[in-house]
Design a protein around this ligand. Structure first.
Ligand SMILES: Cc1cc2nc3c(=O)[nH]c(=O)nc-3n(C[C@H](O)[C@H](O)[C@H](O)COP(=O)(O)O)c2cc1C
Length: 296
């Protein structure tokens, strides 16, 4: 299975088999987590990923996911210290792990809503300023899905995605029919489109600059939703996930390029690259979007 196939096949699983991971499996999962976190994401933040396996009771009880997830005894706990772009980098690093874990036969579900951040930080051994903004439930998929699983998947219409024409734009702000874009960009956009996002809100917006052959990525933020969890911003994590899907697919399609941060937060503003970029940023801001990064 190549990475494009894995990206299109991955889905959130909320009902896990209750079999506890054995030592060999733990080693293999830890290896995948270490590889994913071995390099920082595009914003340069360091993320550590700890595997927590509950060998005695249910991990859900310990982490307080309260019936949302059934049967999971293993969780990935990503640990970070506050830094500009750290949310995006967490999305990048953890999604890289999620994709590699799926390819290795492990199902998962991101959990950013209901869980105990204090307990997760304790189990992860977070120190000082460090914290655990989200956790990922991990395991083998159960043969039968729980009632909650079906309910949540239906509520978030989890398999549905916006059409590319709702996500992609031209520098003048008009919609770009992504489907009409010449391959291989098509493959890359499709990989981004199927990315998981918190409550399946799909807040990614892309602007294609046909003259300079570059993409600008914006966040169409739901301000209340994205700012209701203190220093955890789920939709910025969504952006990092999407950036990873885009970059992985571009790599697969032989398209050279990389992300340059455009995050303006806490006094940090990366070099943007000229007037053309500024006018695209202004256009995005008029639509109420926050600039995140540029691909070239
Ligand atoms: C940052 C983030 C946080 C999430 N938090 C939760 C959560 O708290 N509970 C849950 O059941 N699903 C959660 N999800 C899973 C999304 O609901 C799911 O990815 C989305 O509905 C798309 O479905 P899919 O992953 O099956 O493609 C989260 C996903 C992301 C990316």
């Amino acid at each position: 299975m190549n990475i494009l196939e894995t990206i299109s096949q991955r889905r959130s699983v909320r009902s896990f088999s209750s079999t506890i991971m054995d030592r060999r499996e733990m080693e293999s999962v830890r290896g995948i987590l270490e590889r994913a976190a071995s390099e920082p994401g595009p914003f340069g933040a360091r993320i550590r990923c700890k595997l927590h396996v509950d060998t005695v009771g249910s991990g859900e009880a310990r982490l307080g996911t309260y019936g949302l997830i059934s049967g999971a005894s293993a969780f990935v706990l990503p640990i970070l210290a506050p830094a500009p772009g750290a949310m995006e980098d967490l999305g990048w690093v953890v999604e890289k792990a999620v994709i590699d874990l799926w390819a290795a036969g492990w199902a998962s579900c991101w959990i950013g809503g209901v869980f105990s951040r204090t307990k997760a930080a304790g189990l992860a051994g977070a120190s000082g300023e460090e914290y655990v903004p989200i956790v990922v439930a991990l395991g083998k998929e159960a043969e039968r899905r729980s009632f909650m699983d079906k309910l949540i998947a239906r509520a978030s219409r989890s398999r549905q995605r916006r059409a590319l024409a709702e996500l992609c734009f031209l520098p003048d702000g008009s919609a770009l029919n992504g489907d009409a874009l010449a391959s291989p960009w098509n493959i890359v956009l499709e990989a981004l489109r199927v990315a998981p996002s918190a409550s399946n809100k799909q807040p990614w917006r892309l602007v294609w600059d046909p003259l300079a052959l570059r993409w600008m990525l914006f966040l169409d933020e739901d301000r209340f939703y994205n700012n209701s969890l203190g220093n955890t911003h789920l939709q910025n994590i969504d952006m990092g996930i999407a950036m990873y899907h885009f970059a992985a697919a571009a790599g697969c399609a032989g398209l050279k390029g990389s992300w340059t941060p455009l995050v303006e937060r806490e006094g940090f503003f990366a070099e943007a690259g000229g007037e053309g970029v500024k006018s695209m940023i202004d256009m995005g801001r008029k639509k109420g979007w926050e600039p995140i990064a540029m691909w070239r």
